[in-house]
Design a protein around this ligand. Structure first.
Ligand SMILES: NC(=O)c1ccc[n+]([C@@H]2O[C@H](COP(=O)([O-])OP(=O)(O)OC[C@H]3O[C@@H](n4cnc5c(N)ncnc54)[C@H](OP(=O)(O)O)[C@@H]3O)[C@@H](O)[C@H]2O)c1
Length: 200
């Protein structure tokens, strides 16, 4: 384990006039984000702890419905809110469905602008976006992400798995700023912040 991991994953507070948006993902060295349709086999204990720390900092967790179905999401503890983005509203029997603080939303308009309108509902809140890649693609295309937390899993799996984000081109290709690289056995943990963002 990395010593004093929580010190590396202090997130927030968000600025008062908009959310602070953190995208959190794990990927293999060759960029795959799922094995056999789920991401669970990619991370190690430290990765799970990073996910836990990000969630602990979150007021709102935003996730695509395909991820909720694939990973059979469980409810999150109140007062946190789990916002599931979906067009058809079907969470595939995931335990999170039906929890009072699980909200299934269909942003309008469909795509990055709708995601921007959705996240604008959370000024002053830390929003953690847990994917999947198609949701991340829209969040990035809209320029909404302030930080990304990426675990590099020591595997090369080829196959057709999506990258961390796919979809429309990111509007701003400016390089991001590295906040840290941590090493735990063969896994890497990187944290990037959009250049010029206030420190959180
Ligand atoms: N490696 C990682 O850290 C990680 C993290 C998360 C997920 N994953 C993996 O990624 C895969 C799922 O990712 P994915 O990219 O296929 O799907 P996703 O982003 O999780 O979800 C896509 C779904 O979200 C809904 N959606 C997306 N954009 C929308 C919009 N603008 N308006 C309304 N609804 C919208 C639609 O739901 P409906 O179909 O309900 O209409 C769409 O089918 C799974 O295999 C999962 O295990 C990996």
């Amino acid at each position: 384990m990395v010593e004093d991991l929580p010190a590396f994953y202090r997130i927030g507070p968000a600025p008062p006039d908009r959310p602070w948006v953190v995208v959190s993902m794990v990927a293999t060295v060759d960029g795959a984000t799922a094995l056999d349709g789920v991401s669970g086999a990619l991370g190690n204990d430290t990765d799970r702890e990073v996910l836990r720390l990000a969630r602990a900092a979150a007021d709102v967790i935003v996730v695509g419905a395909a991820t909720v179905r694939a990973e059979q999401y469980r409810p999150v503890r109140e007062p946190k809110q789990l916002v599931v983005v979906s067009r058809n509203g079907d969470l595939g029997g995931a335990p999170a469905a039906g929890a009072p603080n699980t909200h299934i939303v269909r942003p309008e308009p469909d795509g990055p602008d709708g995601l921007a309108a959705l996240l604008a509902r959370y000024p002053g809140r830390v929003v953690v976006c847990e994917g999947g890649p198609s949701l991340n693609g829209q969040v990035l295309a809209a320029g909404l992400a302030d930080e990304v937390l990426v675990t590099i899993s020591p595997r090369l799996v080829a196959g057709g798995s999506a990258r961390l984000a796919h979809g429309p081109d990111q509007a701003d290709p400016t390089p991001w700023e590295l906040r840290h690289v941590l090493v735990d056995e063969d896994h890497l943990f990187v944290r990037y912040r959009r250049r010029g963002e206030a420190t959180s």
